[in-house]
Design a binder for this molecule. Sequence first.
Ligand SMILES: C[S@@+](CC[C@H](N)C(=O)[O-])C[C@H]1O[C@@H](n2cnc3c(N)ncnc32)[C@H](O)[C@@H]1O
Length: 210
Amino acid sequence: MLEELKEANDYIIGKIKETDKLILEMEDYAKEFNVPIVTKEVAKYLEFTIRSYKIKNILEIGTAIGYSGTIMAKECFNFQGKLTTIEIDEERYNEAKKNFEKSGLDNIDLHFGDALEVIPKLDETYDFVFMDAAKGKYGDFFDLVLPKMNKDGLIFIDNIMFRGYLYKEYPKRFKTIVRNLDKFINRLYEEHDFVLLPFGDGIGIVKISS
Ligand SMILES: C[S@@+](CC[C@H](N)C(=O)[O-])C[C@H]1O[C@@H](n2cnc3c(N)ncnc32)[C@H](O)[C@@H]1O
């Protein structure tokens, strides 16, 4: 979460009352085992977007334990939609599998592997992509999903401002990721219909026009 906006974000998060048992269980698990999951206000925005645009076919890059996946699959189920989601870490993949089973949702296609290898093998097209995996590879993920997007589709890119390191001092080890993300943002502004929103950890949204 962007530290500069932490108080505003905390206020918003304080207003969100979650009652779903599985979602609450996953939040506790993520906290206990230090698994990064989408922040609550961003999860709400995801749900809101899927509902508003009646989004059907969703691709998620970075499942973790299936937290955002469950939220999105539940929402698009109302429009006969389906979620395809990819996770590279075996332990998290197995945890997500269990959580999806517990959810009772049958509109989820979970893949184990590196999204860079899995995406080219997917033969569907998507209305919505939630990009939430290795930040340094965002440009590569984007190039792979672009040809698979339906007209008017949205690509939702989480953590695009990478803890604020794009505009403030950052630890040296993140130099390459910061440079790649900064170049990626320039490219999105120059070549696409793109907005950058400073909440959560920075969200980028690309609208596909053709
Ligand atoms: C921020 S977490 C995802 C959180 C999840 N979307 C949620 O909000 O519940 C990012 C995940 O991406 C996975 N990941 C990283 N690089 C990946 C890759 N190349 N392909 C697939 N998954 C990847 C990580 O193992 C991690 O579990």
